[in-house]
Ligand binder design. Structure first.
Ligand SMILES: C[S@@+](CC[C@H](N)C(=O)[O-])C[C@H]1O[C@@H](n2cnc3c(N)ncnc32)[C@H](O)[C@@H]1O
Length: 260
């Protein structure tokens, strides 16, 4: 169903990805603080074994490792995952990474206390079957009582209003300002949309425009909740941006292994 390659999109964007943040290091620290606080609400040691299965260039993984967790990163994009590991090393920490699809994780069962899938990575999967496959893999690699943490864009309103663009993000660089913005083209099903992702870089006295394309499934909260429940998680809880300070709604859920 995917018209565009998600891997190509993120391989291409990886060197520029930090430019969607005004200050990437500050965002890493802020996001890790929120996630760490959510971890602490669940029983377990202070330092958790965390898998970030859509780590990208490491926005959550590096912050969590700097906060003292034992983090492993994986991502569909080998270029993004490679950058995550290099950025971690630049900050004095080790971040083992793997290039892997979240529907087929290359990790042993029950090895992690927490699995994180953050910043709207799950909606890159365009069918219920694919989302289910990913959630079952996340459950498999979690220990009994392990914690799932998903962050997904608040799509309920978008599904009603079908916005055609997302507001620009501006980042200051030594060469000048970089502007990122998106145009959205909704599919006729009213649930999925193609993104044209523009990044405009200063280039001498003109601009260089980089355009990349990808597709999302605008999953409502109810759809995500149902799929997470179907995958066998319990205690499914949504945390709103108002209550966490995170910029997206966060879902937490627990994996409880069935009695033999
Ligand atoms: C919006 S980015 C977020 C990356 C990172 N969590 C962050 O906040 O910087 C979404 C990430 O999901 C990854 N992704 C998309 N589909 C995936 C899949 N099937 N398996 C693993 N990673 C996937 C992309 O490669 C990309 O790095």
């Amino acid at each position: 169903m995917a018209a565009f390659s998600v891997r190509d999109f993120y391989d291409g964007l990886a060197p520029d990805y930090h430019l969607i943040f005004r200050d990437w290091d500050a965002s890493m620290a802020r996001q890790a603080a929120v996630l760490d606080e959510l971890f602490r609400r669940h029983p377990g040691p202070g330092s958790r074994r965390v898998l970030d299965c859509s780590c990208g260039i490491g926005t959550q993984a590096i912050g969590l490792a700097l906060a003292g967790h034992k983090v492993v990163g994986s991502d569909l994009s080998p270029v993004a995952a490679g950058r995550a590991s290099a950025e971690a090393a630049d900050r004095g920490i080790s971040l083992p990474v793997a290039a892997a699809d979240m529907r087929l994780l290359p990790f042993a069962s029950s090895g992690f206390d927490v699995v994180v899938c953050a910043d709207n990575a799950l909606p890159h999967l365009l069918s219920a079957q694919d989302v289910r496959a990913a959630l079952l893999e996340m459950r498999r690699v979690l220990r009994d009582e392990g914690l799932l943490v998903l962050t997904v864009r608040a799509y309920d309103e978008d599904r009603r209003t079908r916005p055609v663009s997302a507001p620009p993000q501006v980042s200051d660089t030594p060469e000048g300002r970089v502007i990122t913005f998106q145009l959205w083209n909704w599919h006729t099903d009213g649930e999925r949309y193609d993104v044209e992702h523009f990044q405009i870089h200063p280039a001498a006295d003109t601009w260089e425009v980089r355009v990349r394309r990808t597709t999302y499934w605008a999953l409502t909260r109810r759809q995500v909740t149902a799929l997470v429940a179907e995958a066998g998680f319990t205690d499914i809880t949504w945390h709103t941006p108002d209550s966490t300070g995170f910029y997206q709604p966060v879902l937490t859920a627990r994996h409880v292994r069935a009695e033999p």
